[in-house]
Design a protein. Sequence first.
Length: 435
Amino acid sequence: MPVRFVIIGGGPAGIQAATHAARLGAEVTLVERDIMGGAANLWDCIPSKAMIATGGVIGVTGRGRALGLTCTGATLDLPALAERIGMISGYLERSVTDLLTSQEVRVVRGRGTFKGPRQVVVETSEGRVLELDADAVLLSTGSRPRVPDWAEVDGRRVLITRQAYPPPEVPEHLVVIGSGVTGVEFVHMFRSFGSKVSLIVSRQQVLPGKDPEVAAALEGDFLSTGVVLYKGARATGVTVKDDGVIVECNDGRMVDGSHALLAIGPVPNSEGLGLAEAGVEVDGGGYVPVNQHCQSNVSHIYAAGDLSGKLPLASVASTQGRKVAEHVMGLHTRQHRHLAYDKAASAIFTEPEIADVGLAEAEAFALGRKIRVTKVPFAANARALIDGDSRGFVKILSDPATGVVLGGSIVGERAAELISVIALALAEALAEAAE
């Protein structure tokens, strides 16, 4: 009898787990309440990158003189942009659905909850109730934007990120609250659309936790385009007035704007799943703690993607999903290596782009690790000069005794693609160390 594998959540983790497990012979049922592809397709990765791509074209027209061109500029067509985002998301959902069908994955549209450790009840979108028996269950329900008690989101003046793909109108002056990855991408995006932008930075640099040189490079670019940074300021309230908003900070500063955008982190979607009925534990933040195989405290119940509390990246979620499928099917082979989350590459789609992988310089110093730092500016690269954008640098950390790559950061055009070279070197070093 085939393994009965039930997946709740059709995002990157769920889709990868479903298709891979089906190829391995499992009987797979995938439960999804919204669009197939999850938040990455509907609200987050795809829409945001589509908007950033549009802003990038506007930015190129602004750099035309450096390329020997006389450009008259570009004007944003907000309805056309919204239509384009919807078209891309719809196409991707159809593609994913076709893939699942081709692998004979049963797709159920609805909300799944545990009735017991091995029973999942689904309230379908048609109003029916299905009961599914499972040998293994994967929870991949993702997360949602955090809304603090001091902010009242109205969808017009005060927005969460999911209400800005695209927004009802292009803000005249957008106040972005939160300087992590999502926050800085929105700063870049709306600055390229012509909005005046202010950024509330709760610490002393944007992108807390990233290499200070990387953060400084991005801050310099923001300042050169007129972005105002409020460093060391933590937002404590948002007041809506007739023609805009006022963001109040804990140090007494008040920031006026036409709109405010909350980008202060995610909340896991762990409520309403019946986790108590299944005996699954959650931590203080609502995440489901997992081991190296993505198992919860109940061995046949797994969690992947944002819900697992690991790196909130679609690439990481997809890898987790594949590993879960292999573990469910009993493939404990050399290929089923433990996931090295600290070696996962990540990218930030600002301008210039930012990408990093592996050990950072500050981490190395904290660990007392000896490193060699090699840094080369993009301005020394002929391709960067030809493309008319020589901002940024490549920074590689290596072991001074062996030359083995330990990590690296890239700031500059196409950083998200170039980081793969450093990531590959890092992966090869890990593979050799494991042998």
